[in-house]
Design a protein around this ligand. Structure first.
Ligand SMILES: [Zn+2]
Ligand SMILES: [Zn+2]
Length: 272
């Protein structure tokens, strides 16, 4: 009996190792300090077990000069709990960038700032003034981002607030492999945002990730977006959140081995 239990434990341990390595393998296997890591810390789309899925999106970026949180999900308790379970320290975050005003991207901010107010929060200019005042009241600094692309931090840029539909900014991480573009909901159209990022920095997009906002769209509309992204030369994609199941299936078909799982708990590593 004891032997069979030991074998069971060994199998479980082996499986755990395999799961860890398969996540690492998604982006490469160079030394840890030479990578930009994108941690999906809030998402309605599940990926890693033991975390709490809820509608919304947040992504933590480390491996650069500063740790950056892009969006905060809809619920700060869920956000902080997921970060803790993923071994990520909320107090290490130095900058928070919000993509757009919707609650599934901004709802976790107040709880996050109660834990760590020592950050600069980058808000699109269209946010109500009261929102910025509340951030300052909670102890953080505010920078507003207007239309037009700009640098936010070392290796971190914004598309600027884009004005088609709901006003929104995408985050751009400039890596030696190419650009990583992260969209919250991509209300201004994910292809428009990718084109803006690429035209601004004049570099190809290595990875496009986040919510692509294609739920309920026809196959023809989704294929038109895929065609534009392919024409841009987008190397890898990791769609999640509001992308929609059908669009995710079509992106998976179109990118094959360059499709990366982007659900909750995914860690995407970009070698520098
Ligand atoms: Zn939205
Ligand atoms: Zn959203």
């Amino acid at each position: 009996m004891r032997t069979s239990r030991n074998i069971t434990l060994m199998l479980l341990f082996g499986w755990a190792l395999f799961m860890t390595q398969s996540v690492v393998a998604a982006g490469g296997t160079v030394a840890e300090q030479d990578q930009v890591r994108l941690h999906v810390v809030f998402n309605n789309l599940p990926y890693k077990a033991g975390l709490q899925t809820e509608w919304g999106f947040a992504c933590l970026i480390d491996g650069l000069d500063k740790v950056v949180l892009f969006d905060t999900g809809g619920n700060g308790d869920v956000l902080l709990s997921n970060m803790q379970r993923l071994g990520l320290d909320a107090e290490a975050v130095e900058a928070v960038v919000l993509s757009h005003i919707h609650g599934d991207h901004t709802g976790g901010l107040d709880t996050f700032l109660a834990r760590n107010p020592d950050v600069t929060v980058y808000l699109p200019e269209s946010f109500p003034a009261a929102f910025g005042r509340e951030v300052i009241r909670l102890g953080a600094a505010v920078e507003t981002v207007s239309a037009g692309p700009r640098q936010l931090l070392d290796s971190i840029h914004s598309t600027g607030e884009m004005n088609h539909g709901i006003k929104e900014q995408a985050l751009i991480v400039d890596t030696p492999r190419g650009l990583v573009v992260i969209t919250g909901c991509a209300h201004p159209n994910v292809a428009n945002m990718a084109e803006q990022a690429q035209a601004y920095l004049g570099k190809n997009i290595y990875l496009l990730m986040g919510g692509f906002h294609l739920g309920g769209r026809s196959d023809a509309e989704i294929r038109a977006v895929i065609k534009r992204l392919k024409a841009l030369g987008v190397k890898k994609v990791a769609p999640s959140h509001c992308t929609g199941d059908n669009a995710i299936r079509l992106f998976r078909d179109a990118w094959q081995d360059d499709f990366i799982e982007g659900g909750l708990g995914a860690v995407i590593e970009v070698p520098r």
